[in-house]
Design a protein around this ligand. Structure first.
Ligand code: JB2
Length: 205
């Protein structure tokens, strides 16, 4: 499949690398307004234009490869509404149990592990080396950052960021758009929109 990468930053390059490692996926180039169309962009892939150009470029699908959850949600929603095919980019070194259910437009980076019984929504990033243990429920537009760990039965609401190296203990519920800061150890439920930091994690003041 010929795939457009929406974004042109660090995460877009990670996704380009994933697509190149996958069988049957061919990254065509980056869609970004930060770089001039026609330029050779990162990793030798072309800069193809901004979002308005997508409709005029022949392609089979796209991945919204932007780390910021709100921007990624907006772009995912817009492109889905236009009838675009949002594909999953899954690095071959990721370990995903066969019964895991995953939506569309997800990015599972190198070395990520997802265990049995877990259900993942749309447009989710499970970043490099993250661990999502058994029976987790992860809603849409979530980012589990590199090295973060979700224990069994964790429930993660829409648009949540689990920061670099954070750990979420078994059965904890993080409400929509909550944030666990880098290295936080989340022992109990987090209400929607709240940012918690530290060990044990407390509301950020
Ligand atoms: O509306 C948009 C838009 N808004 C921002 N349309 C398109 N097509 N692209 C958009 N972007 C793009 O997001 C910018 O053009 C830019 O290329 C990119 C943001 O790049 P940056 O390198 O700042 O962040 P990133 O999202 O690639 O990576 C972040 O998230 C990753 C998960 C960083 O924090 C990384 O360190 C992190 N690993």
């Amino acid at each position: 499949m010929k795939i457009l990468i929406i974004g042109g930053g660090g995460h877009a390059r990670v996704v380009a690398d994933i697509l190149r490692a996958m069988d049957g996926m061919e990254p065509l180039g980056f869609i970004t307004s930060d770089l001039d169309p026609g330029e050779v962009g990162p990793m030798g892939l072309p800069v193809l234009g901004s979002d308005a150009a997508v409709g005029s470029i022949p392609h089979d699908g796209l991945v919204v490869a932007v780390g910021d959850n709100r921007i990624r949600e907006r772009l995912f929603t817009d492109f889905a509404a236009q009838g675009e095919t949002l594909v999953n980019a899954i690095h071959p070194s990721a370990v995903i149990a066969p019964d895991v259910v995953m939506g569309r437009g997800c990015m599972v980076c190198a070395g990520a592990i997802v265990n049995t019984g877990t259900v993942i929504g749309d447009n989710v990033i499970l970043n490099t080396g993250s661990v999502t243990d058994h029976d987790c429920q992860i809603q849409d537009h979530v980012h589990v950052a590199p090295g973060a760990k979700l224990a069994g039965g964790v429930r993660i609401g829409s648009g949540v960021l689990v920061g670099l190296g954070a750990a979420v203990l078994p059965g904890v519920v993080m409400g929509d758009r909550a944030v666990a800061g880098a290295g936080a150890v989340v022992l109990g439920d987090v209400v929607p929109g709240l940012t918690v930091v530290g060990v044990p994690a407390r509301p950020k003041t």
